[in-house]
Design a protein around this ligand. Structure first.
Ligand code: HPA
Ligand code: ZN
Length: 379
């Protein structure tokens, strides 16, 4: 087993002027303070979003590790963190690109050691879902983030699955599990991970592809994804987050994905847009993540609404909420404010989240009816 390392002391904290923890949160806060009329509208919209039943389809469970839990787990597992406090760690959560975030995200995951740690992580997220009216969630996990440092695949998946089971029974939240390959690692490592997943086919519904996009095109994993499909897994992939529109096209053509994660670069290619719209291939878009990782300079310039207007099946999701300052409702609200989304747009996004999910048709119908009823009563 590789030694466990804590977060590096002072990294990106010392010597830096304290910046707002989350630009998006500050954005919402500022808007709320404007003047009375504005505050009332915001409250109404916020309440409307809160009550809207919705599904989340793009969520990395390791990205829900809140600094407070990170510190608790570090203590429980006798891991020395170099950050002196939760506040100091939070101050380090400012990123210029995907890689800067990933470096901290993988380092944070080092506190996850025991099955119970994975349970606690997942349970905390499910409680958040309950609070936010997320009725169904499809969760990514990255086994290689843990097996690479000597944690057993079984430890990871059993902890997550036990919490998901409790989530169904105690909170009434349905869920699916999607196993992601880390694209910065090689094909052999992905094949080995797929092999380990075969014992858990009943728990894993699809495989995905995440981590550093630049320099790691979808084609690198064409054979792994072909084998995964042969074994009965559905496929999804991150593409067009930092990478070009051609990666989105490659994910469709080479990996035969049923959903694109992010996919915002598709806005640069009108032929691709037409294909995604025609085939109704869903995009799981994560606005606050795109803002925090500088894929967009400001939310007002996010292509979410344009993608909807092109007829794409777009959904709104939180990606790594503990790092990007907002869960799914904050993503809906910040997007609505920045892009002027109407209640009808928000209802469409919630319906899209169910349509694009891996639920059965009767389950989808049930949730869509509930959304429709809510939207009619609260128009
Ligand atoms: N992009 C790519 N890989 C990831 C992300 C992301 O936003 N979050 C966790 N792994
Ligand atoms: Zn992601």
């Amino acid at each position: 087993m590789k030694p466990v390392t804590g977060l590096i002391e002072g990294m990106k904290v010392e010597g830096l002027k304290s910046r707002t923890f989350c630009r998006a949160k500050a954005f919402i806060f500022k808007k709320n303070r404007n003047f009375d009329g504005k505050r009332n509208i915001m409250t109404t919209l916020s309440e409307f979003i809160h009550g809207l039943p919705k599904a989340e389809l793009h969520l990395h469970i390791e990205g829900t590790l809140e600094p407070e839990l990170l510190f608790q787990l570090a203590e429980r597992n006798h891991i020395q963190l170099k950050y002196p406090s939760v506040e100091a760690l939070k101050k380090a959560y400012k990123f210029s690109n995907l890689q800067e975030f990933l470096d901290l995200y993988y380092e944070g995951a080092n506190v996850l050691i025991e099955e119970q740690d994975f349970y606690d992580l997942t349970w905390d997220y499910l409680e958040k879902c309950k609070e936010q009216n997320v009725v169904h969630t499809e969760i990514f996990f990255d086994p290689q983030t843990h097996t690479e440092r000597g944690i057993l695949f079984a430890t990871v998946i059993n902890g997550i699955n036990r919490a998901l089971q409790d989530g169904r029974e105690k909170l009434g939240i349905s869920s699916k599990l999607i196993m992601c390959f880390l694209r910065h690692l090689d094909e052999a490592s992905a094949f080995q991970t797929l092999d380990e997943a075969l014992d858990y086919k009943d728990l894993i519904v699809a495989v995905g592809l995440d981590s550093s996009e630049k320099g790691n095109p979808p084609g690198k994993f064409e054979r792994v994804f072909a084998k995964a499909r042969e074994e009965g897994f559905l496929t999804v992939a991150h593409a067009g987050e930092e990478g070009p529109a051609s990666f989105v096209k490659d994910a469709v053509d080479l990996l035969k994905i049923i959903r694109i994660d992010h996919g915002i670069a598709a806005i640069q290619d009108e032929f691709l847009l037409a294909e995604l719209a025609q085939k109704q291939i869903p995009l799981t878009v994560c606005p606050l993540s795109n803002l925090e990782l500088r894929a967009v300079d400001q939310l007002e310039n996010h292509p979410l609404k344009k993608l909807m207007d092109h007829g794409l099946l777009v959904t709104v999701n939180s990606d790594d909420p503990a790092y990007f300052g907002g869960y799914v409702n904050e993503n809906y609200l910040a997007s609505a404010e920045a892009l002027g989304l109407s209640k009808a747009d928000l209802c469409q996004l919630a319906k899209n989240s169910v349509i694009a999910s891996l639920l059965s048709e009767p389950e989808k119908e049930h949730h869509i009816n509930a959304i429709q009823q809510y939207c009619s009563e609260n128009a």
